[in-house]
Design a protein around this ligand. Structure first.
Ligand SMILES: *Cc1c(COP(=O)(O)O)cnc(C)c1O
Length: 472
């Protein structure tokens, strides 16, 4: 029971607060967080004493107490939502923030949000304006649609569209298109929430135009086409294109709604990727309302964009749900900045990071890989092997699910050490690095690593290796 005396060795909270380095920390870290850190670190020591730590060891732990408290407090004070490096090669990575924004448009976003703005003010007439007006013109210009509006995300766009057009009425959808997107967006569930009544037609693999036609009655409000963005039905299949659906419009006065999901504005097949239907195509074919995401292939902020016939968009603007789904000025400023690039296709592939990464050629990626490998080779550790290998990147975000884009990865194998610990250390680096772990090797895909991130990745790898050596 000599242990009881050890508690007396623990410093008091006030004394710790008075120590120079901890005291100085109060200039940058709120006192409350420092107190929490002190109490936690003391509690750790109490537990050790209860578990019969010997005096010698306790004294040794006590000598590092201040450093532990300072690190703990700094950690508490750090931002929880922060930048990471995406080394996965999945370009539109939903868990890592989907599309990233070009730094050049940040100036205007900053200007708008740190000052007052004309968010809902008409500068021409000095009267109340609409927040949607700022982006409507550029969206219609880029898509060829008559009218446009923007809500929080595409899920909200689909819900608002169905609720406005088809509350208490039937909406006809093919069974092959009753999709689920990650994060619990399911067409049948969205239908229920919108008040529309889902009428399923066709089968999983085949739906014909007559299936839609047979389902139309006096209670039908719309025909819905959903782009199966995150999977493909292959083999013995047939589906009705939105163009064919519009043939029914001459007989029945019904709007065709299309949920495009990704909503790309340029033909990616020109750049060697699989063709993904563009918003302009749907509008030209006569689809009445098209909805798509702002942060998938468009490469902008999270948003749901609705384009189409003015009479439907006007009705949506009056729907009370619009107030609940409304976007704020950060989104509008980021979206306007992004869309301005779309006025010139040659600029799009340079300035929209998502499109730039997807179309980056393998030679450029290879030279980045060579550079990263050379930085890692500098550390010359005998227990690691570094190579450059041919691999495939993915589009991600549930877009172009079958597309495998050739890329180059720097691949690290670690002998006699836990590769899981290494990967864990990478995630705990000051700028966390998210890499791909596969069969005990760690892959760094240079497609999603920017030029100026390569040295950070190398430093992160050195840090993660050092930590391993530390626990040998
Ligand atoms: C991604 C997607 C959605 C959901 O869009 P969010 O912007 O994530 O809300 C809806 N429909 C389709 C077809 C999609 O691909």
């Amino acid at each position: 029971m000599g242990n009881m005396n050890l508690f007396k060795l623990l410093p008091k909270v006030d004394e710790l607060l008075g120590r120079d380095e901890i005291n100085n920390l109060m200039l940058t870290v709120p006192r409350q967080l420092i107190l929490e850190a002190i109490r936690e670190e003391i509690e750790v020591l109490r537990e050790k004493i209860k578990n019969n730590i010997i005096e010698e060891e306790l004294l040794e732990v006590l000598s590092t107490l201040d450093v532990k408290i300072i690190n703990n407090a700094k950690n508490k004070n750090s931002f929880k939502l922060k930048r990471v490096i995406n080394a996965t090669g999945v370009v539109i990575h939903t868990n890592l923030g989907r599309s990233i924004i070009n730094e050049k448009i940040m100036d205007n976003i900053k200007d708008v949000v740190i000052h007052y703005s004309n968010l809902e003010f008409d500068l021409l007439n000095g009267s109340r304006g609409s927040r949607y007006s700022h982006v409507e013109e550029i969206i219609t210009k880029c898509t060829g649609a008559e009218a446009a509006m923007v809500v929080n995300n595409n899920a909200a766009a689909v819900l608002l569209t169905l609720n406005t057009i088809a509350n208490n009425k039937d909406v006809v959808v093919s069974r092959g298109e009753l999709i689920e997107i990650g994060g619990s967006f399911r067409i049948p569930d969205v239908m229920v929430q919108s008040g529309a009544n889902l009428v399923e037609v066709g089968t999983t693999n085949k739906t014909h135009l007559f299936d839609y036609e047979n389902a139309i009655n006096e209670n039908t409000a719309a025909l819905l086409k959903v782009h199966t963005s995150n999977y493909r039905v292959l083999g013995f299949t047939s589906s009705v294109s939105s163009e064919e659906l519009t043939e029914l419009k001459s007989t029945y006065d019904l709007p065709i709604i299309e949920d495009l999901g990704s909503g790309v504005l340029l033909d990616l097949s020109k750049y060697g990727l699989e063709y993904e239907p563009t918003v302009q195509d749907s509008i030209i074919k006569g689809v009445d309302i098209v909805t798509f995401s702002g942060d998938k292939l468009l490469g902008g902020p999270q948003a749901g964009i609705i384009v189409g016939k003015k009479k439907y968009i006007d009705a949506m603007k009056k729907n009370p749900l619009t107030r609940a789904f409304r976007v704020d000025k950060f989104t509008l400023a980021a979206l306007e900045g992004t869309l301005k690039y779309y006025l010139d296709e040659n600029i799009v592939i340079k300035e929209i990071p998502t499109i730039r990464m997807l179309t980056e050629d393998v030679e450029t990626i290879y030279s980045k890989a060579i550079y990263l490998k050379s930085l890692i080779d500098e550390v010359a550790l005998d227990f690691i092997d570094v190579s450059i290998e041919d691999e495939f990147s993915e589009v991600g975000g549930g877009s172009l699910p079958l597309e495998k884009i050739a890329t180059k990865c720097v691949v690290l194998s670690i002998n006699g050490q836990s590769v899981q610990s290494f990967e864990n250390n990478l995630r705990n680096y000051s700028i966390p690095i998210i890499a791909r772990l596969y069969k005990d090797r760690v892959y760094f895909d240079l497609r999603t690593i920017d030029d100026n991130e390569i040295s950070i990745v190398a430093d992160g790898i050195k840090f993660a290796l050092d930590q391993l050596k530390g626990c040998e």
